[in-house]
Design a protein around this ligand. Structure first.
Ligand SMILES: NC(=O)c1ccc[n+]([C@@H]2O[C@H](COP(=O)([O-])OP(=O)(O)OC[C@H]3O[C@@H](n4cnc5c(N)ncnc54)[C@H](O)[C@@H]3O)[C@@H](O)[C@H]2O)c1
Ligand SMILES: O=c1ccn([C@@H]2O[C@H](COP(=O)(O)OP(=O)(O)O[C@H]3O[C@H](CO)[C@@H](O)[C@H](O)[C@H]3O)[C@@H](O)[C@H]2O)c(=O)[nH]1
Length: 454
């Protein structure tokens, strides 16, 4: 099939490359000329393992091309996929201006009957009908086209795998014709497909993200209780997750969710509900819990030191999660802001996200960036672990314990086993766990502990 993808962010690029990989002829369009120049040279603007290799192969085999020209992208396409950003407006609602501009441009350049225009961007319920109107109003001659909603569920850092091994593909269509075309487009992926109305497909995306965010805030609240009641959140989450009705995923307690989706989409859903005079109180709480969780470690540091003025903090991990350089809504932004507010200085390290963070916090007397984790730690009074990168989980704790200042470790991602920590002699604070006491300290406990599943 001839497919065009509008917008080459995470979703557009990964979708375009994967559709080319299964044999389609794909044109990716962006209004950002610099990005298109880079892509034409086979360079990916996103950090995603495997993407450049797939780009190179499909560019070479002439199944993939990049352009800034709407006429090139729209002329003969069977399917046009909209994957532009839908960021938050100041009140939390979704900003649809990029989508409107893109839809109007498609309308101006559509010349072939029968094209399906698919919205993959995350959009409020009712938006596909607006997309239809925006295109209709921009047509230069009467042309038959249909719209379809096809929300995206990929995660950054595992985007290609998520595309090829998705749990489901959701397609909301106007007619059997749209359903038929999209089922054919996705047939090589062999993934269960759910066909719904446009509105239900739009809602499935927000409901899914809101539910996952709710799971995270819920487990973080349980972790906060565990800290006060001497229970261990890792054991509690494991025990809950063994119930198949609950499931083990998204029960990892920590410093809350960040990224380009959960914060934006939970706020947008609260607004969507507000627009029809429904107060979504549960989701409002989820958002509030997440905001306080993001700076949970600062409270612990204040409790430990009394004052943070003049203290040096090593920040390990700036990305909102491992395997991405994305810092959008990352807890690191709030943690750094709050540390600077309390008069601390910062040494920050991340394997890939430093260039992005430097745009927000340029290097200064208060904040320095280092090229290794150990460099950041070297003269620090306290260490904050904010992203659970593999290399951070593999830090050598005895080496850190031998440092002259013997920094206090605040671990926002529960990267270390408590027994290992205890052996290291470091002062350690994590989320929802206590340094071992009572029975858990007994070496025999190791034999039973963690062995309950068998
Ligand atoms: N990032 C994710 O992991 C993810 C996952 C699922 C869904 N989504 C949703 O997908 C959408 C895109 O997200 P993203 O992270 O890929 O966005 P992004 O902000 O990284 O990229 C959007 C791209 O669209 C381009 N663009 C803007 N206006 C345009 C126009 N008129 N014509 C052509 N290009 C235009 C921009 O230049 C940019 O390159 C959003 O609605 C998001 O909520 C994102
Ligand atoms: O048990 C967990 C799982 C995740 N997180 C945090 O939650 C955030 C989001 O993680 P993840 O969902 O893995 O990353 P995203 O790439 O933001 O993906 C989410 O957002 C995308 C955009 O809508 C959706 O497509 C995906 O299905 C959805 O998982 C990160 O800060 C994680 O650290 C936790 O704190 N605990």
């Amino acid at each position: 099939m001839k497919v065009s993808v509008i917008g080459t962010g995470y979703v557009g690029l990964v979708t375009g490359v994967c559709l080319a990989e299964v044999g389609n002829n794909v044109t990716c369009l962006d209004i950002d000329e610099e990005k298109i120049n880079m892509l034409q040279l086979g360079k990916s603007p996103i950090y995603e393992s495997g993407i450049e290799e797939m780009m190179e192969k499909n560019l070479h085999e002439n199944r993939l091309s990049f352009t800034t020209s709407y006429s090139t992208a729209c002329e003969r396409a069977d399917v046009i996929i909209l994957a532009v950003g839908t960021p938050s407006n100041p009140n939390g609602s979704a900003n649809l201006l990029y989508l409107q501009k893109a839809a109007e441009n498609i309308g101006k350049h559509l010349i072939k009957d029968g094209t399906i225009i698919v919205t993959k961007s995350t959009v409020p319920v009712g938006t596909n009908n607006k997309v239809k109107q925006w295109i209709q109003q921009s047509l230069t001659e009467p042309i038959f086209f249909e719209v379809a909603s096809n929300p995206e569920f990929l995660r950054e850092g595992s985007a290609i795998q998520d595309t090829f091994e998705a749990d489901r593909i959701v397609i909301g269509t106007e007619s059997r014709y749209g359903t038929h075309v999209l089922k054919e487009l996705y047939s090589p992926f062999q993934i269960p497909t759910l066909q719904t109305s446009l509105e239900s497909a739009e809602m499935i995306k927000y409901a899914s993200n809101a539910f996952l965010a709710t799971k995270i805030s819920f487990i973080n609240e349980i972790a906060n209780l565990c800290e006060k009641l001497d229970a261990d959140i890792e054991d509690v989450a494991k025990g809950m997750g063994m119930d198949q009705r609950i499931g083990p995923q998204f029960l990892k307690a920590g410093i809350g969710y960040g990224g380009s989706c959960f914060p934006k989409d939970t706020n947008a859903l609260v607004q969507i509900a507000g627009d029809i005079e429904h107060r979504f109180e549960l989701l409002e709480s989820v958002i509030r819990v997440n905001s306080s969780q993001q700076i949970k470690l600062i409270g612990k540091a204040l409790d430990h030191f009394g004052s943070l003025k003049g203290k040096k903090a090593a920040i390990l991990g700036l990305a909102f999660k491992p395997n991405t350089d994305d810092i959008r809504e990352s807890a690191a932004i709030e943690v750094i802001k709050t540390l600077l507010h309390y008069g601390a200085t910062v040494n920050a390290y991340d394997p890939v996200a430093i260039p992005n963070m430097k745009r927000l916090y340029p290097e200064s007397a208060e904040i320095q960036y280092t090229s290794t984790a150990y460099e950041a730690i070297a003269n620090a009074d306290m260490i904050f672990i904010l992203t659970d990168w593999e290399e951070i989980k593999e830090l050598n704790l005895p080496t850190i314990a031998e440092l002259e200042k013997k920094p206090v470790l605040f671990d926002g991602r529960n990267c270390f086993d408590l027994r290992t920590i205890q052996k290291s002699g470091l002062t350690y604070h994590s989320i929802g766990r206590q340094i071992l006491t009572g029975a858990r300290q007994d070496p025999k406990f190791v034999e039973y502990g963690d062995g309950f599943e068998n």
